[in-house]
Design a protein around this ligand. Structure first.
Ligand SMILES: [Zn+2]
Ligand SMILES: [Zn+2]
Length: 260
């Protein structure tokens, strides 16, 4: 159970998320008793700013919080069960791939957006991506630790190849997210909550996150080399496309062994 303090803080998050699980889209009660808060990124729920918190249903929360918690009986993996999991992983992952591409384009248009005084949906995009990556991690962990004795050797081999490709993809997607955060920080915004940061501010006043160090992107005069950041971001994004293809091939090969 969430503590009372968390729940009252959480109400604003539930409200923002429309009392809806941000992973499976199940509607919660307006009291929020069947909803939980999940912190994306590397903070605990208590330490996280609301812009790093997402609403989850109890099922999704438990699967994410401890993927290996359910009873051994329910964790015997059948070919059907694995097939369903792969489908779910593939869906979540391809959502993350397109969200990351959008997040990268949000970054490249950020100078113009800020110039125009507009506020892009930065924190919401970041939350959605980090949640998706955490969900996929948890799904793989659940498969890895399940009883897989009913699955054939060829299936397991195809699964491991798929898992490797997916892990590589997630690493690359995270690298793009890191670069978008760096761009955001370099342009004077908090990489978590997107509030403005003064030039000499090392910590965000709004969410108390330490500002990202962008020293390596500064030229001799201290000016951030935004163009260099953008071309690195674009290269990083290109690398995710190649990896995405490999993951798709892996999923197809795996589906074929499961259909045999
Ligand atoms: Zn859910
Ligand atoms: Zn902040």
């Amino acid at each position: 159970m969430a503590s009372r303090a968390q729940r009252s803080d959480g109400r604003a998050v539930f409200e923002r998320d429309g009392y809806e699980c941000q992973h499976c889209r199940t509607d919660g009660e307006s009291a929020g008793d069947d909803l939980r808060l999940f912190a994306v990124g590397r903070r605990s729920v208590d330490a996280a700013h609301p812009r790093s918190l997402v609403t989850l249903c109890v099922d999704c929360f438990e699967r994410l919080d401890d993927p290996t918690a359910s009873t051994a009986e329910s964790r015997v993996l059948t070919a059907d069960g694995l097939f369903r999991t792969i489908r779910e992983i593939t869906r979540t992952q391809s959502g993350a791939v397109s969200d990351v591409a959008e997040f990268a384009s949000l970054a490249t248009s950020l100078p113009a957006t800020l110039e125009a005084g507009d506020r892009p949906p930065y924190a919401a995009s970041r939350r959605r991506i980090l949640l998706a990556l955490a969900v996929v991690d948890a799904q793989f962990e659940a498969v890895d630790t399940a009883d897989r004795s009913r699955l054939g050797g060829d299936v397991l081999e195809a699964f491991d190849a798929f898992a490797d490709a997916s892990a590589r993809l997630r690493t690359r997607l995270s690298a793009v997210v890191d670069l978008v955060e760096t761009v955001t920080s370099a342009l004077g915004r908090c990489h978590v909550c997107f509030e403005s940061l003064e030039a000499d501010q090392s910590q965000c006043a709004e969410c108390e996150i330490t500002r990202l160090d962008v020293t390596e992107w500064r030229d001799a005069n201290g000016t951030v080399r935004v163009d260099a950041l953008f071309s690195t971001l674009n290269r990083s994004l290109e690398r995710t496309s190649a990896t995405t293809e490999r993951v798709t091939d892996g999923a197809t090969a795996l589906a074929e062994t499961l259909a045999d």
